[in-house]
Design a protein around this ligand. Structure first.
Ligand SMILES: Nc1ncnc2c1ncn2[C@@H]1O[C@H](COP(=O)(O)OP(=O)(O)OP(=O)(O)O)[C@@H](O)[C@H]1O
Length: 596
C-alpha cells in the first residue's frame, strides 16, 4: 500500500459522519456529544462537566455486533427516541494466575431529544442506527450520504449447523452462551441444526433449498465445513450452489480456517472462546470474500474439494494419532506432537509440482520478521422444515432429512499400523534426488475402505493428468526421504499454527512445504514452536514453494494422508488450485467485497 493511499485511508477513517448531543438511558441527567466515524463511535461527556481530564469513550466498530432503534417510548419522556449499540469489547478479567482479556457484552442506549417532537427524534435515532449498521456491514457511507433504511439489505438468514461432538464437545453450550445472543444483536435470523453423525451435514446441504439462506455456517471444527463444501459440489447445480457463502464458528480442536479468518480480521492470535467471539463478531459484519478450493484426487479416482491442506508424514500422523486426546481441545496437537517427536520417522516418496509463475518467473514470497521474531509488514430442493420467523429467535431442533440414496462413505476403517522403524536422533538426509523428468510410475497402496460412490461435480482439472501417467514436462519432481509434506492454502494449520503468513483466501496459490530427513528432534521442536509466531521460515530444513498443482507419491508402504484434517486413502494423491471457487464469510471488507 502506498503512503499516499494509506494517508487517504486514515483521513477517511477519521471523517465525522454524524454528530449530535444526546442523553442516555437509564439517565441521571447526563449529556454526551456523540460522533461517528467510519471506524468508531466517540462518546464525550458534557454534563456533568468532567473533572480533570476530558472523559471520552471510544467504541471501536469492529467490536460492535449490531445497533437497534426501537419504536416507541421507553421512559415517561414521550418526545424522546432511542437507539442502542451492542458492543463486545475486550475487558481485563482476573484469572487464577494474573489476568486475561475476554470480550463482554456492553449495551449503550442513547436518548435523542434535540428535535421538537417524537417523529423527528425517531428519525434522527433511526439515522444513527442505520449509519452504524451500514458501517458494520461495509456498506459505503460518507458525510454526504443521505442515510435512510433503504441503504440496508434485508436481515440475513443463516443456516447454522452445529456438531455437538466437535472438539471438546462444547459446541452446543457455546452456541447458547455466546453465539446466539451475539447474532441476535446483529438482526440475523437463523435455524440451528445439530448434526447427528458423520456425513449428516454433507447430505443435508445436497438436499437444501439454497434460496432460503444467505449463508451456511458450521459451528464446529474444519471437518464439518469440509463436508458442507463437498456436499455442495455433489449437487448437479454445483456451479450456483458453491457460490453460497459459507462460514465457520470455531468449536473444533484444530480450527485452522477460523485462525485464518481471525488473522485476516486483524485480531491477535486467539484460541477457544476468544477465537469464537472474534469469529462471531466477524460473522455479524457479514463481508464475504472469494476463497480458492483445491480439487484433490486420490489413487482410487475419488475427487474431493479441499479448502485447507493435504498432509503426509509428521503432520497427518499427529492429526490422526491425537484423535484420542480430543477432549483436550487444541492441546491435543501439542501432546500429539510431543509423542510423535519421540519416534520421529521418515517417509520415502516422490513429490512433483507445477511452480506458480508470475509471467515467466516463479513467484517467490518473502516475509519480514521484526527483531522480536514477530511478523512485520504483513497486512495487519427440499426446503428445511423450520419453525423460525425472519425476525429472529428460533427453536433449536434436529432437522433430519430422510434420504434413500446409497451415498454413505465407508471411510471409518481401522488405522493401519506403522512400519516399525528405528528412531535415530538424526535421520539420513543424503538420499534426495532432484529431477525434472519423473521416473517410474507410482506404486499405489490402495485401501479398500475408502471407496466412494458419490457423484462429484466441479471444474475440469486442466493442470493434471491421470495419476497413472507421468506428470507433465513443465513440472518439477523431487524424490527422497521426507519428515513431512504439506500443501496448504490458508495462513493457519491450526488456530495457533501460523504456517503460511503470506497466504490469502483467493490468491490462487498452493503453498507447498516439506521437511527433508536429516532434521534433529530438537530442530523439529524449535520449528514447531516458531510456527506459533510464523517465524519458522528461518529454519534451513524447512522448504516452501508456491505452486498451482502437486502430486505426492508415497514410496513407503504404510502411512497416513489427510485432506483438511480428514484421513483419506493412502497412496498417490494430486491436486490443483481452482481460484475463487467458493465464497467465505470473513467479515472483513476488502476491495470488491460483497456482503451477505
Ligand atoms: N453428531 C455427530 N457425532 C459424531 N460425529 C459427528 C457428528 N456430527 C458431525 N460429526 C463428524 O465429526 C467430524 C469432525 O468434526 P469437526 O471437524 O466439527 O470437529 P473436530 O474434528 O474436533 O475439529 P477440527 O477439524 O478443527 O480438528 C466431522 O467430519 C463430522 O463428520
Amino acid at each position: 500500500m502506498s503512503v499516499k493511499h494509506s494517508m487517504r485511508q486514515e483521513r477517511l477513517a477519521a471523517e465525522t459522519l454524524l454528530h449530535d448531543e444526546v442523553g442516555v438511558y437509564p439517565s441521571k441527567g447526563e449529556r454526551y456529544a456523540l460522533s461517528l466515524t467510519r471506524t468508531a463511535l466517540h462518546i464525550q461527556r458534557l454534563m456533568p462537566k468532567p473533572e480533570g481530564e476530558d472523559q471520552r469513550t471510544v467504541v471501536a466498530l469492529r467490536d460492535v455486533a449490531g445497533c437497534h432503534a426501537p419504536r416507541g417510548c421507553i421512559t415517561s419522556d414521550t418526545h424522546a427516541a432511542y437507539f442502542s449499540i451492542y458492543a463486545y469489547p475486550r475487558k481485563k478479567r482476573k484469572v487464577a494466575v494474573g489476568s486475561s482479556r475476554t470480550r463482554q457484552r456492553l449495551v449503550r442506549t442513547f436518548q435523542v431529544d434535540g428535535e421538537a417532537d417524537y417523529a423527528q427524534n425517531r428519525a434522527v435515532a433511526e439515522k444513527w442506527a442505520v449509519a452504524i449498521k451500514c458501517l458494520l456491514l461495509g456498506i459505503p457511507v460518507g458525510s454526504e450520504t443521505e442515510i435512510s433504511p433503504g441503504l440496508l439489505p434485508r436481515p440475513r438468514r443463516l443456516l447454522l449447523l452445529v456438531n455437538p461432538q466437535g472438539g471438546r464437545g462444547l459446541a452446543l453450550q457455546h452456541t447458547h452462551a455466546h453465539i446466539l445472543p451475539m447474532i441476535s444483536d446483529a438482526d440475523i435470523s437463523f435455524n440451528l441444526v445439530q448434526t447427528e453423525r458423520q456425513n449428516h451435514a454433507r447430505e443435508l446441504v445436497q438436499d437444501l433449498s439454497l434460496d432460503e439462506w444467505d449463508g451456511i455456517v458450521v459451528i464446529s471444527g474444519d471437518g464439518l465445513l469440509y463436508e458442507v463444501i463437498n456436499g455442495l459440489m455433489e449437487r448437479p447445480d454445483w456451479k450456483e450452489a458453491i457460490q453460497k457463502p459459507v462460514g465457520i464458528l470455531p468449536c473444533g480442536s484444530g480450527n485452522a480456517l477460523a485462525g485464518a479468518i481471525n488473522f485476516s480480521g486483524g485480531f491477535e492470535q486467539a484460541l477457544t472462546v476468544e477465537l469464537l467471539l472474534n469469529c462471531t463478531l466477524l460473522l455479524c459484519h457479514g463481508a464475504v470474500e472469494p476463497m480458492d478450493l483445491v480439487s484433490v484426487t486420490t489413487c482410487s479416482g475419488t475427487r474431493s474439494f479441499s479448502f485447507l491442506s493435504v498432509a503426509w508424514g509428521f503432520i497427518s500422523d499427529v492429526d490422526l494419532e491425537s484423535e484420542k486426546y480430543r477432549h483436550m481441545g487444541s492441546a491435543r496437537f501439542t501432546l500429539g506432537t510431543a509423542v510423535r517427536l519421540a519416534s520421529l520417522r521418515t517417509y520415502r516418496g516422490r513429490l512433483s509440482y507445477l511452480p506458480a509463475t508470475d509471467g515467466h518467473r516463479p513467484i517467490s514470497r518473502s516475509i519480514t520478521l521484526a527483531a522480536n521474531g514477530s511478523l512485520a509488514n504483513i497486512r495487519q430442493h427440499a426446503p428445511l422444515h423450520r419453525t423460525i420467523s425472519d425476525m429472529g429467535l428460533c427453536e433449536e431442533r434436529n432437522v433430519v432429512t430422510k434420504r434413500n440414496s446409497p451415498t454413505s462413505v465407508t471411510d471409518t476403517g481401522e488405522l493401519p499400523s506403522f512400519e516399525a522403524s528405528p528412531s535415530p536422533a538424526f535421520l539420513d538426509s543424503d538420499s534426495f534426488t532432484f529431477d525434472t523428468a519423473p521416473g517410474a510410475p507410482p506404486s499405489a497402496t490402495h485401501s479398500a475402505e475408502f471407496t466412494n460412490t458419490r457423484q462429484m461435480y466441479g471444474p475440469l482439472d486442466n493442470l493434471l493428468v491421470p495419476l497413472d501417467e507421468p506428470v507433465p514436462q513443465d513440472w518439477v519432481t523431487l524424490e527422497g526421504d521426507f519428515v513431512l509434506v504439506l500443501a496448504i492454502y490458508q495462513t493457519h494449520l491450526g488456530a495457533d499454527l501460523f504456517m503460511a503468513p503470506f497466504a490469502s483466501f483467493g490468491e490462487g496459490l498452493i503453498h507447498l512445504f516439506f521437511v527433508k530427513a536429516g532434521i534433529s528432534r530438537a530442530a523439529m521442536v524449535r520449528l514447531f514452536l516458531a510456527m506459533e509466531r510464523g517465524s519458522h521460515f528461518e529454519y534451513p530444513h524447512f522448504t516452501h514453494m508456491p505452486v498451482r498443482a502437486f502430486r505426492l507419491e508415497p514410496l513407503t508402504h504404510k502411512g497416513v494422508m489427510t485432506v483438511d484434517g480428514e484421513r483419506v486413502e493412502y497412496g498417490p494423491i494430486q491436486g490443483q488450485i481452482h481460484r475463487r471457487l467458493c465464497n467465505l464469510i470473513t467479515g472483513t471488507p476488502k476491495v470488491k467485497m460483497s456482503t451477505i
